[in-house]
Design a protein around this ligand. Structure first.
Ligand code: TXA
Ligand code: MG
Length: 435
């Protein structure tokens, strides 16, 4: 049993900067080299974490702009195996390789970066986008075979978080890093979430505050024609299509859009099982809180009335003492006294608390009882997509921690090729039942 410590990093933006390119060559880029500011406050925490990465086989928890990751030196097999052990992750699921700048990425490749990726790198890096590259035969850095799980490609990502880039620079190695949840759990978006899952299994978690995006990076393969999205994420299909060469990008993942998640509840094969996913991680049970999640599909929303929702909450309450309700774009508030008409039917006065105060987003949680019904935890994620994505995993984990037995969650329309696809992809995997 290890002692797990959270090391705060107060001002991630002060940690370093990209060096201005001095060469006028056509391949020179403003992302070529990340320099660390040796006098930045909080750097000592990163030095400690980087020492761990260099000298031990125990991975460290670190923030990125998407979710928290669990990092190890991608070139050392023993260190990479530590990630699989700590997470309980299946060995056939490859890891994303994080780099701090393009110079480091070039040192991982034995040829020039494929031209198809240049427009994406210019537009979306540093940021929540992972690109597949051929595994090189000879390069300065040789990836441990465990990173790629035997595939001929590896996923590379240059994160937007200056904290992540500084950690990689100090560790002086590309960082293999899956999300820092225990396998099958929702991804962590705060340092405390990492500790909730991995306490005693790792030694260091860097705390850079709550992650801004809240869902993982988009994984794309530009080595095939047309290029494809293997996992929806922080960069949307519509955004990708604006990049030259990516106008025809297609989805190569399959959501279980109807009938619930096969892995939870039934033996019926679903699209995902029949069509083998090309991102191996997409086939596993995922993002699941302890509570049973009931997802209401948002696309063809029949507006759900307050009355119908209260009836569903009561029905759920027959088998559950605590029912979580997560509102997004259109569900009415259920808590008593929000609307006069409900004051009589709705039970005890709610107590209101504010959770998830981060990145300017505040979620409101109302706690109350229905008369002769269950205790309700009603969480409002806001109506805007960035706020919903930002709070999604937070909500699942928060309601879990408060003891919810079942969570009714309002899905959102995902027919606009925007980030809603990533939100609904995660929710469909988390759900035991889809309505
Ligand atoms: O935002 C993110 O991407 C976060 C942060 C920590 O950077 N990382 C993350 O890693 O989500 P992970 O391991 O939880 O998810 C990686 C996904 C998996 O679905 C995996 O199967 C896929 O990327 N993947 C990685 N390498 C691949 C490859 N060579 N071919 C196909 N899929 C790959
Ligand atoms: Mg993950």
């Amino acid at each position: 049993m290890l002692k797990t410590r959270i090391l705060p990093v107060p001002d991630p933006d002060s940690l370093g900067r990209f060096r201005a390119p001095t060469s006028t060559s056509s391949t020179a880029s403003a992302l070529d080299h990340w320099d660390v500011d040796e006098s930045a406050p909080g750097l000592d925490a990163l030095v400690t974490a980087a020492d761990h990465i260099r000298n031990t086989n125990v991975p460290v928890g670190f923030p990125t702009e998407t979710v928290y990751g669990l990092g190890a030196d991608a070139t050392r097999s023993d260190a990479v195996r530590g990630i699989f052990t700590v997470k309980g992750r299946p060995l056939d699921n490859p890891l994303i390789v994080h780099v701090c700048d393009l110079d480091m990425l070039r040192e991982l490749c034995d040829t020039d970066l494929p031209a198809i990726y240049r427009p994406l790198i210019e537009r979306f890096w540093p940021g929540p986008l992972t690109i597949l590259l051929p595994v090189p035969e000879t390069a300065k850095y040789t990836l441990a075979p465990e990173v790629t799980a035997g595939l001929s490609t590896f996923g590379a990502r240059l994160p937007a978080s200056p904290l992540t880039r500084t950690l990689i620079r100090l560790a002086d190695a590309p960082l293999a890093g899956p999300s820092a949840n225990a396998s099958t759990r929702p991804s962590p978006t705060t340092a405390q979430h990492v500790v909730d899952d991995l306490d005693g299994r790792i030694e260091v978690v860097l705390d850079g505050g709550a992650c801004g995006v809240g869902v993982e990076s988009t994984v794309v393969d530009g080595l095939c024609d047309p290029p494809v999205i293997l996992r929806p994420g922080g960069i949307s299909l519509a955004e990708l299509r604006t990049a030259s060469g990516w106008e025809r990008v297609e989805r190569a993942y399959h959501d279980v859009a109807q009938g619930g998640n096969a892995q939870h509840d039934s033996k019926v094969p679903q699209a995902e099982d029949v069509l083998k996913p090309r991102a191996p991680g997409m086939k596993y049970k995922h993002y699941s809180p302890k509570a049973r999640v009931v997802l209401y599909e948002g696309g063809k929303t029949r507006a759900v009335s307050q009355e119908a929702l209260i009836k569903d909450v009561r029905d759920a309450g027959r088998q559950a003492a605590i029912v979580g309700v997560v509102r997004t774009s259109s569900w009415p508030a259920l808590a008593p006294n929000h609307e006069e008409s409900l004051a009589t039917s709705n039970g005890t006065m709610p107590s209101t608390s504010f959770v998830g105060k981060s990145e300017g987003v505040i979620y409101r949680l109302e706690t109350y009882n229905l008369p002769s019904g269950p205790k309700i935890l009603e969480l409002d994620l806001g109506r805007e997509l960035p706020s919903i994505a930002h709070g999604l995993f937070y909500a699942l984990r928060d309601l879990d921690a408060r003891g919810a037995d079942v969570i009714l969650i309002e899905g959102i329309a995902d027919d606009s090729d925007d980030m809603a696809s990533a939100v609904m992809n995660r929710l469909r995997k988390a759900a035991s039942e889809v309505r």
